[in-house]
Every structure is written in C-alpha cells, then in structure tokens.
Design a protein around this ligand. Structure first.
Ligand code: F6R
Ligand code: ZN
Length: 193
C-alpha cells in the first residue's frame, strides 16, 4: 500500500482507471429479491447480465483515509425497473460520500434510517454530496449509455447491505409510459422502533 502521494487518471471514454486494486462485477443473480417483477427477474436469470461494475483504489479501512474509484451502471431494465446498484448504508453511519457524474444519465435514490427520502438526478458534470446517515443507490435511467460516476468516501465507512436487502429503498425508479417515474415501493414499511 502506497504511503506516498500518488496520481492516477480516469479515462471517461474508456470508463476505466489507469490503475486500480479491485474490479467488482455485479450480475443480476446478486440482486435476488431486489426487483419487484419476479417473473421478469427469473426470465433474465439465464443470461445473468452484468448490472454494474466498480473499479476501486483500495486504501486502509481507517479513519483519515479516503476510498475512491468509479462505478459503472449499465443500461437496462428488469420489468419496468432500471438497472441499479444494490445500495447500502455505511456501517459507520456518520460517514458521507461524494459522487461526481462523468457520463450517462441517472438518479441517486437515498434515504435515512428514519425513512426520510431524497432522489437527485445525475448527469455529466454534476456533483452529489451524500451526507452522513443517508443510504444510497445509483440507477441508470439512460437507454443506451453507461452511468459512470467517480466516488470518494472515508476509509472506515464500511458497507451495510443487509438493511436495504430486507425491504429495499422506500422509492423505486421505473419507466412507465416511456417516462422515468418515481413510485412508492410496495414492499417498504416504516420500521418499528
Ligand atoms: C461506496 C459507494 C460506491 C458503491 C458502488 C456500488 O461507499 O457508495 O462505491 O459501492 O456504486 O454500489 P453498491 O456498493 O451498493 O453495490
Ligand atoms: Zn457508499
């Protein structure tokens, strides 16, 4: 692990980093239970398309460090729902994240443990600040182009996928009547406390 300043470059046309430590590839089969249309999901499983990829520069998982890399969500839909990331809370809830959109069109779906929600559009040049406590999922609403974002977040943040896996996000991003629409997730209910 480098302990000296270093540079790397991002090629937007090639959608890659000049150097990286991990290349994560997530296919449809990693998203069991996350899409509403179970029939469409099952029908697509035989091909098991790649939904998204992450190239990351790994840093020690400690306070003071910053993890960074690019996230690439492919275009496509399962039923009426667009391809999207799993989405997560940071395990250390009080850690933020910044996304910088490099290519494509999409949305970031966000919510807090208390059920507050927010959706922000992503387009090239747009910077999104995700404050501490907000779970986040990127959704590619484009027809043909990958949604490519640069991300940066604290080294000690960690990822809690389990909470979102239970019932998904409060809002879903779907295509209806040829338009991008945000609808309520029928599976989502306020948590008992
Ligand atoms: C890191 C972060 C992004 C995502 C990436 C893939 O905290 O938010 O790097 O990890 O967009 O999404 P997930 O991790 O939800 O599978
Ligand atoms: Zn994150």
């Amino acid at each position: 692990m480098k302990q000296h300043p270093f540079t790397f470059s991002i090629s937007v046309p090639d959608e890659t980093l000049s150097e990286y430590d991990n290349h994560i590839v997530r296919r449809l089969s990693a998203m069991v239970g996350q899409y509403q249309d179970a029939q469409a999901f099952t029908a697509m499983l035989s091909q098991d398309p790649v939904l998204y990829e992450v190239y990351e520069i790994k840093r020690p998982e400690s306070e003071g460090e910053l993890m960074n890399g690019i996230s690439i969500v492919h275009p496509g839909k399962v039923g009426e729902e667009y391809f999207m990331t799993k989405g997560h809370f940071h395990t250390v809830l009080d850690t933020a994240e910044v996304y910088y959109c490099l290519k494509g069109e999409g949305m970031m779906v966000m919510e807090t443990p208390e059920g507050e929600w927010s959706i922000e559009e992503l387009h090239p040049g747009c910077v999104l600040y995700v404050p501490p406590r907000w779970a986040h999922r990127s959704v590619n609403t484009g027809q043909l182009v990958n949604l490519v974002t640069f991300f940066i977040y604290p080294g000690n943040a960690g990822h809690d996928y389990g909470t979102i896996e239970q019932q998904g996000f409060r809002k879903l991003v779907v295509e209806r009547d040829g338009r991008v629409q945000v609808i309520d997730n029928p599976r989502w209910h306020p948590k008992e406390r």
